[in-house]
Design a protein around this ligand. Structure first.
Ligand SMILES: NC(=O)c1ccc[n+]([C@@H]2O[C@H](COP(=O)([O-])OP(=O)(O)OC[C@H]3O[C@@H](n4cnc5c(N)ncnc54)[C@H](OP(=O)(O)O)[C@@H]3O)[C@@H](O)[C@H]2O)c1
Length: 272
């Protein structure tokens, strides 16, 4: 049985589907059963509860032998200790590539701390360090549905965004196959894009004129300067220096990573 935390999230939804397609037994965690609608009929066991609650942690690992977990779902020490007590044999942990490129920032520190907790637990684990998710541009949906102008304080820096479905595909491999234990995978998409590039892609897919505008709001620019890692997701704009395009997804999956175009085409309805 594979326990998937974050099962209703950007990565988790893909992972649950991919694991079921591979014939694995999956238990999906959510705090809100309505978010897991359709999973039970696809043969997924849905566990409703909060991973910050010790009683839920004790019960949810019964019969589990592999775990997929993220940075922000509960206290990593408590989650991994419960996994260890239950005899879990394999863990896939998602942190952030900021552990490498901005190690002293908030997210970098959180990532490194969490990875250390996993190493200290002694559980055989694989760390996935993805770069910015393509899904961050869902933060633009209201402005796109409205006037079609996305206004942000800055256009930020070129970013090789990754489709969370690819992070899920790597996670599925590391959960189902041996040979990934002890590895850390740094993951990016196939091309460095600026917001203007993504807007062009969305415009072509939606068949509407869309524009990106910098409004240079001094207060927000200062916020970006001080905590680029913490504000990027909310703006849907990357303010951190790119790690460059990495070949890890292709090396592990044997196919190139999905493009922003592919992600946008699959998610066009979110912008309509
Ligand atoms: N966005 C980026 O650009 C980026 C880049 C690199 C790494 N990451 C990392 O990716 C992770 C986010 O992944 P995602 O985007 O797939 O997730 P997401 O869409 O943000 O969803 C969060 C998931 O976590 C679950 N969750 C949160 N708190 C919980 C709790 N106390 N108990 C049980 N479940 C809880 C939620 O479940 P319910 O709401 O259903 O309960 C939901 O499934 C973070 O660790 C982040 O640091 C993100």
């Amino acid at each position: 049985m594979i326990l998937v935390t974050g099962a209703t999230g950007n990565m988790g939804r893909h992972l649950v589907r991919q694991l079921r397609e591979a014939g694995a037994a999956v238990r999906a965690v959510t705090r809100n059963a309505s978010k897991a609608e359709g999973m039970a009929s696809a043969g997924v066991e849905v566990a409703v509860g909060d991973l910050t609650e010790p009683a839920f942690l004790d019960r949810v690992f019964t019969g589990v032998d592999a775990l997929f977990t993220l940075l922000e779902v509960g206290d990593p020490k408590a989650v991994l200790a419960a996994a260890k007590r239950a005899g879990v044999k394999r863990v896939v942990l998602v942190t952030s590539l900021l552990a490498q490129t901005l190690p002293n920032g908030f997210v970098g520190q959180l990532s490194l701390g969490c990875e250390q907790v996993m190493r200290d637990s002694g559980l055989p684990g694989t760390v996935l360090r993805p770069w910015e998710f393509a899904t961050n541009t869902l933060a633009w949906a209201d402005e796109i549905r409205g006037g079609g102008i996305v206004r942000k304080p800055s256009a930020g820096l070129p970013s090789p965004v990754i489709d969370p479905a690819d992070v899920a595909a790597i996670a599925a491999k590391a959960l189902l196959e041996t040979g990934h234990e002890g590895r850390t995978y740094a993951l990016t998409g196939p091309a460095e894009l600026l917001p203007q590039d993504k807007i062009r892609v969305l415009s072509a897919i939606l068949g509407r004129a869309l524009h990106f505008e910098e409004n240079g709001d001094p207060e927000k620019l200062e916020q970006i300067r001080l905590t680029p890692d913490q504000v990027s997701e909310g703006f849907g704009v990357c303010f951190m220096t790119s790690p460059g395009v990495l070949s890890t997804v292709e090396n592990v999956l044997g196919r190139p990573p999905r493009t922003y175009q592919q992600w946008a085409a699959s998610n066009a309805n979110a912008f309509r």
